[in-house]
Write a protein that binds this ligand. Structure first.
Ligand SMILES: C[C@](O)(C(=O)O)[C@H](CC(=O)O)C(=O)O
Ligand SMILES: [Mg+2]
Length: 309
């Protein structure tokens, strides 16, 4: 009740153990805190916290407009809801080295298990769009080195994302640049690499061969990568797969359809069977545990006779 019983450090250790396990770690994005226990109950290994979702929910494009405080607060809200490790999107680190260090402290305090920092210039954009630009290898490495030296819990996972693959027009050049950049980020101390916008499984395999640390696959819909299965990703040595925006897209698809029905017919009676029930919602909120806690506290004898139950 109230919050996860696992401590931030235990969850960080679980994230590390998962990445080292040889089994693909599956991290759907919790688009709202309430979805975190659902992800846990369905047997996934962890919860992703997406910057694109946060920006979208606040009515903004994903171009680095969300603030560190907003992102940290969302990290805290989601992390408290689950025993699973959480991996949060820290975009470009909210500035350069000093800002990155501050971001690491705030996110650490928010209880997340890991974070990824990318090598885009500001303003950044979605990794699956065209026209992205990246900083030099030196600046990208500085961001990672700053994050690594700032963390106080050595189990916090610092993952380096590179967007360089999509910056180059040709796929051969793009992949070669991504391989070089992945090596430089690993040398800077990254615990894991997130090669963004890989076009094929072979490209993931090339990154796998280039570094020793675990690698991530971003299975975002409507992007540059096809939606490979977990098995296909595991077979080329990917360690963790995220589905960052999927739950938002699913929910928004349903909302748009049902809202249209309400506008058209004046009632949602026909949609009720497709809705999550009140009982299921209360189960996810652990409502019963709060009621019994309350009874335990308030079930007492008042001097003079009356019982409050
Ligand atoms: C992973 C990502 O950084 C995110 O914010 O969730 C996005 C996802 C998306 O926009 O589809 C990304 O840049 O890939
Ligand atoms: Mg993002």
């Amino acid at each position: 009740m109230l919050y996860a019983s696992a401590t931030p450090n235990q969850k960080r250790a679980a994230l590390r153990a998962g990445l080292a396990s040889g089994t693909l770690q599956r991290y759907p994005g919790a688009f709202t805190p309430l979805t975190a226990p659902l992800i846990e109950q369905l047997g996934f290994e962890g919860v992703y916290i997406s910057g694109a979702v946060m920006a979208a929910e606040l009515g903004m494009p994903d171009i680095g407009l969300t603030t560190l405080s907003e992102v940290a607060e969302r990290g805290r809200q989601i992390s408290r809801m689950t025993e699973l490790p959480t991996l949060i999107d820290a975009d470009t680190g909210f500035g350069e080295a000093m800002n990155v260090a501050r971001a690491v402290h705030e996110l650490e305090d928010a209880g997340v298990s890991g974070l990824h920092l990318e090598d885009q210039v500001n303003p950044k954009r979605c990794g699956h769009l065209d026209g992205k630009e990246v900083v030099s290898a030196d600046v990208a490495a500085q961001r990672i080195a700053a994050a690594v030296s700032a963390r106080r819990d050595s189990d916090l996972v610092i993952m380096a994302r590179t967007d360089i693959r999509g910056v180059h027009g040709s796929s051969t050049e793009g992949l070669a640049a991504a391989v070089d950049r992945a090596k430089a980020l690993e040398a800077a101390g990254a615990d894991a690499i997130f090669p963004e916008a890989m076009a094929t499984l072979e490209e993931f395999a090339a990154i796998r061969a280039a570094v020793q640390v675990p690698i991530l696959a971003n299975m975002t819909e409507f992007g540059k990568s096809a939606l490979f299965t977990h098995q296909e990703l595991a077979d080329v040595g990917v360690n963790i797969a995220i589905h960052p925006v999927s739950l938002l897209r699913i929910a928004m698809g349903a909302i748009e359809r049902e809202l249209g029905l309400l506008a058209e017919s004046g009632t949602l009676d026909g949609a009720v069977e497709r809705m999550q029930t009140r009982a299921r919602l209360y189960e996810l909120n652990d409502y019963a545990a709060y009621s019994s806690f309350d009874e335990g506290v308030f079930n007492f004898e008042v001097p003079g006779g009356a019982t409050h139950a």
